[in-house]
Design a protein around this ligand. Structure first.
Ligand SMILES: NC(=O)c1ccc[n+]([C@@H]2O[C@H](COP(=O)([O-])OP(=O)(O)OC[C@H]3O[C@@H](n4cnc5c(N)ncnc54)[C@H](O)[C@@H]3O)[C@@H](O)[C@H]2O)c1
Length: 410
């Protein structure tokens, strides 16, 4: 059980990911854990509201109030915090509105569409004195936390480089035995998603890489749209980028979504003493560490050893009981508990209730957006860019159309 009163939460957005947030809350409750209670929900789409309301009613025994607009939900006096799970182009305005209404705010990744939009959130959060946190989930998966611990322990020796591939068909593949994950059309519209690989997917990679390797210093990137869509607002089909870190470490990512009938996603982290491999993108899964003498331990073994070695208080903070699925090998995107969503909600509720800092405060989430924007700025400029130039707003040409679309034109 949580050692604090459940936070009375309003869920804003009942689409694919909003449904997964609601399921994570219901699954945590089934596991005897109640960091939040969803007392109200909101979506402009009545059918989506009804689907989430029915799930919560059946699984938690409590029917949430339903609202058709964010304003109506923010006026609902039962709500003391909100969970924003809207298309990215709506994030910053909704977060600002919720802070003005006196709410704590959890917001899906990416924090906002541009660095300027993130700046407004960071400033407003500081002024309001409320908790704002990102529900970025990938770093919270046990495999990714275990990988961070191996790096911090120096188990791989001096780190040389990382290579990441994420090649998928244009539509998300449905794996045997899994429910389909919805992929809404706005993911492929730049003025709603920022970019598909550079932002919608890239936000995860940006957060993970700075979580593992520290601050990125400069970025070079190429992006291509191969003309499969006739829309001038269409996102890129291919992104390839190099991150140079302040430590001198260099990593390379290649993301593409053009081929039907073929997919591959993997990582290689090459260290002086060992090579770490992963046969999945979103989590260190189905992989191994191979040392120079040829000895090898699987990722399953190493993740289990890391979990077993965690002190009880660290485990409660990083992976609270009921907020993820114990004993499961690897996370599954269609299972919100094992996918890290419950952990993010739990961390936010604890921060709002007890005054501790959330794991991903807005300035941290802003850096992830800035790294995504740095890829877009570098691709546009055809030359490497410094993170500092993007964070300071000195470089913003690639974000101009996005800022215009969300009402932030100069
Ligand atoms: N962490 C992850 O792994 C992950 C995965 C997918 C999506 N996401 C993020 O979650 C967020 C939502 O994505 P999604 O896939 O759920 O999108 P979606 O399109 O499936 O859902 C968005 C919902 O918002 C509703 N909506 C739109 N405008 C609204 C408004 N003005 N007021 C109220 N409701 C409104 C829509 O009707 C829809 O139901 C995005 O920020 C996305 O990047 C995160």
């Amino acid at each position: 059980m949580s050692d604090f009163e459940p936070l009375r939460l309003g869920l804003i957005g009942c689409g694919g990911m909003g449904l997964r947030h609601a399921r994570a809350v219901a699954d945590m409750r089934t596991a005897g854990h109640r960091p939040v209670e969803i007392v109200a929900i909101c979506d402009t789409d009545e059918g989506r509201r009804a689907r989430v309301a029915a799930l919560l009613s059946e699984r938690t025994g409590r029917e949430p109030a339903q609202h058709a607009s964010t304003g109506a939900l923010l006026d609902d006096r039962r709500v003391e915090a909100v969970d924003v799970v809207l298309p990215t182009s709506l994030h910053h305005a909704t977060v600002l509105e919720a802070l003005s209404a006196g709410m704590h705010v959890l917001v899906e990744k990416p924090l906002a569409l541009t660095v300027s939009a993130c700046d407004l959130i960071v400033e407003a959060a500081a002024r309001a004195g409320k908790v704002v946190a990102s529900s970025e989930n990938y770093r919270r998966l046990p495999g990714n936390r275990a990988l961070a611990a191996l790096i911090a322990d120096g188990a791989l020796g001096r780190l040389d480089t990382m290579f990441v591939r994420n090649f998928a068909p244009p539509e998300p593949p449905v794996k045997r035995g899994e429910a389909p994950v919805e992929s809404p059309g706005w993911y492929r519209a730049r003025t709603h998603a920022g970019g598909y690989h550079a932002m919608e997917m890239g936000a995860h990679e940006a957060d993970l890489q700075e979580f593992w390797f520290g601050a990125v210093d400069s970025v070079s990137a190429e992006m291509r749209a191969f003309g499969r869509s006739s829309s001038p607002d269409a996102t890129e089909d291919l992104l390839t980028a190099t991150f140079r870190f302040e430590s001198g470490f260099v990593s390379n990512i290649s993301f593409a979504s053009t081929m039907r009938g073929f997919e591959i996603a993997d990582r290689l982290l090459i260290g002086e003493a060992a090579v770490l491999s992963s046969a999945a993108w979103h989590e260190w899964q189905n992989g191994a560490v191979t040392w120079a003498d040829g000895s090898r331990r699987s990722s399953d073994e190493l993740v289990a050893a890391w979990l077993a070695g965690l002190a009880p208080d660290a485990r409660e903070r990083l992976l609270p009981d009921g907020a993820w699925t114990r004993g499961r090998d690897g996370s599954v995107a269609t299972d919100p508990l094992s996918y890290g969503v419950g952990v993010a909600i739990h961390d936010f509720a604890r921060a709002a209730r007890t005054g501790t800092a959330p794991e991903i405060p807005p300035d941290r989430a802003r850096r992830a957006v800035a790294l995504c924007c740095a890829m877009m700025e570098a691709a546009r400029a055809g030359a490497p860019v410094r993170m500092e130039q993007v964070l300071s707003g000195e470089l913003c040409a690639a974000q101009a159309a996005l800022n215009h679309a969300i009402g932030l034109s100069a």
